[in-house]
Design a protein around this ligand. Sequence first.
Ligand code: PHE
Length: 340
Amino acid sequence: KELISEIDQTSIANKEQLEAYRMRFISKKGAVSELFDELKNVAPENRRAMGQELNTLKNRAQERFQEFTEQLENSADEKPEMLIDLTLPVVPNLQGSLHPLTIVRRRIIEIFERMGFNVSYGPEIETDWYNFSALNFADNHPAREMQDTFFISKSKGEVKDDVLLRTHTSNVQVRLMERQKPPLRSIMPGRVFRNEAISARAHCVFHQVEGLYIDKNVSFKDLKDTLYHFAKEMFGKDSKIRLRPSYFPFTEPSAEIDVTCFICKGKGCNICKHTGWVEIAGSGMVDPNVLENCGIDSQEYTGFAFGMGIERITMLRYGINDLRLFTENDVRFLRQFEGA
Ligand code: PHE
């Protein structure tokens, strides 16, 4: 009788309590079994009645056990947060990463901004005037062909009115000089287009950063110092630059800039074709004709300009040997720049 009321008063809140209940009333070593064991000591005339009572007790214990078990299961269903294991390691956020060309473009801008350059942008669809004529390309100059131009429409009148996709961001230099008086110190990042077959080294769409510095007494030494500093910032303090004489219609004198091949540290490798040097930019002193075309007095002002391909610099910086990787959008390639 006492055990029955104990059973009826018991309540269960968790698995441990359920197990304790099971040990006490259900298991072979529990209180109920003990009573069954004592049945043999009971006087024969009472045994039958006693047996019935014990069976009632046993059934009651089983019933309650069933109830408690169901009750525990239901309470777990109602509180699903109880099932979250807070000790598991966190699932990392899946974040995108910047494209390597974006990383390097931003780095180039940062380096020049610290030297006092600002950033200018201009149109990708341009007239011949801004892309060629103002930059001292004579109408039939062979240098126009150097740049495999995509034309959009040929003008019936003058060549300078042809419409095309810009072949360099020098068009922004012209627009800037037309709009603002010197001193000018600006860089022009942007997309450019040339009708070239796509290969590991060339693409018909690529990116440039050009630069322009115009003021009184700007000299070739300023050009050299600026690009030397740029190379050190971009490729490390062990990098050196080398200038080779070159030709552009819009600069005189002109120079091509080579930088130490940082992949082999000047010892010679496939990227630099065993010369230890890689060309990274064209440059020169702005031709007086260009200044005059843009309304700047070439007696009063001088300036330098340069232009570099962002793809080339990115390939050098990260040891990438095929330019097509930049546009294939293979995530196995792009993921390598997470956190770069
Ligand atoms: N505009 C030239 C090119 O795209 C690069 C350049 C810029 C060269 C400025 C000299 C000065 O090839």
